[in-house]
Design a protein around this ligand. Structure first.
Ligand code: NDP
Length: 281
């Protein structure tokens, strides 16, 4: 039976450190600030944004949410980002994705000052990750690495198989694992015989967006299985991994909910604190 890698527990432990860090900054006269830009009224996005606000409150980060209507123009979104870029009280800017179809997402992300890009999605920070230089790293993959490190297992030389190649999860986690000297295979919807790939994985990261897609027969005995997926099935949130059956085979497994999602928010707090620190150093 797999050991559960609980994002809930790890993020709770991190919260105490983050509260202390926010307190230390306040003594220095620095009030860390995060701005979240929410466009439209997607219910899932509203929940994420609310949770981010609650996390800020718990840590001691000042947060503000800028809500824009779904039919807002590209220029209006860019103007909001420009204002936040200039606002000295804001250290981190997060534009909640996805944006409505008529908005050029990449142009908006590129408009955020790289030093305020707490999501790590700016092409500059993505490039830094790609070239192995320190910079703001995307929250979800950063959280996954934190979970992997929490096992205390040496990662060097392990075969990591990432299913999914999105810019926000698949590609950055593959780069981070490569930097840890893992041998990395990236799979996607055109991969032939996916199960033969996933069965080779010492570390299996599922970022597909399909409920219970990774089944027990696709997992090597003892593997570390990281489930990134957030899927709603009959009003319940489930991951991309068939948790009940895969936990019988895996060595470690992350639950959904209470796994990677918790760490994502925790890393957003971390990135905001780091940005506030950098802004005043
Ligand atoms: P995307 O839809 O951008 O990417 C999904 C990836 O899965 C694509 O690369 C796609 O391949 C691949 N894929 C789809 N079908 C298959 C298949 N049959 N076999 C192999 N690969 C397949 O999703 P995201 O990366 O944004 O998100 C993935 C999941 O993670 C979602 O459930 C999302 O909600 C969740 N998520 C969770 C977060 C958290 O904090 N826990 C944060 C971000 C996302 P191709 O490129 O060929 O189309």
């Amino acid at each position: 039976m797999a050991i559960i890698l609980s994002g809930k527990e790890l993020s709770q432990r991190l919260l105490e450190e983050q509260q202390q860090e926010a307190g230390r900054l306040k003594v220095l006269g620095i009030q860390p600030g995060l701005a979240v830009v929410l466009v439209g009224d997607d219910p899932a996005s509203e929940i994420y944004v609310r949770n981010k606000g609650l996390a800020c409150e718990a840590v001691g980060i000042q947060s503000k949410t800028i809500k824009l209507p779904g039919d807002v123009s590209q220029q209006q979104v860019l103007d909001v980002v420009d204002n936040l870029n200039q606002d000295a009280g804001i250290h981190g800017i997060l534009v909640q994705l996805p944006l409505p179809k008529h908005i050029d997402e990449q142009q908006v992300l590129r408009r955020i000052l790289p030093e305020k890009d707490v999501d790590g999605f700016h092409i500059y920070n993505a490039g830094k990750l790609f070239t192995g230089q320190p910079g703001a790293q995307s929250c979800t993959p950063k959280g996954i690495m934190y979970m992997l490190h929490s096992t205390g297992l040496p990662l060097r030389g392990l075969h990591a198989v990432v299913v999914g190649r999105s810019n926000i999860v698949g590609k950055p986690i593959a780069m981070m694992l490569l930097q840890e000297d893992c041998t990395v295979t990236i799979c996607h919807s055109r991969t032939k015989d996916l199960a033969s790939m996933t069965r080779q994985a010492d570390i299996l990261v599922a970022a597909v967006g399909k409920a219970r897609f990774i089944t027990a027969d696709m997992v090597k005995e003892g593997a570390i299985v990281i489930d990134v997926g957030i899927n709603r099935v009959d009003g319940k949130v489930v991951g991309d991994v068939d948790y009940e059956n895969v936990q019988q085979v895996a060595g470690y497994i992350t639950p959904v909910p209470g796994g990677v999602g918790k760490m994502t928010i925790s890393m957003l707090m971390q990135n905001t604190l780091e940005a506030a620190c950098r802004a005043h150093s």
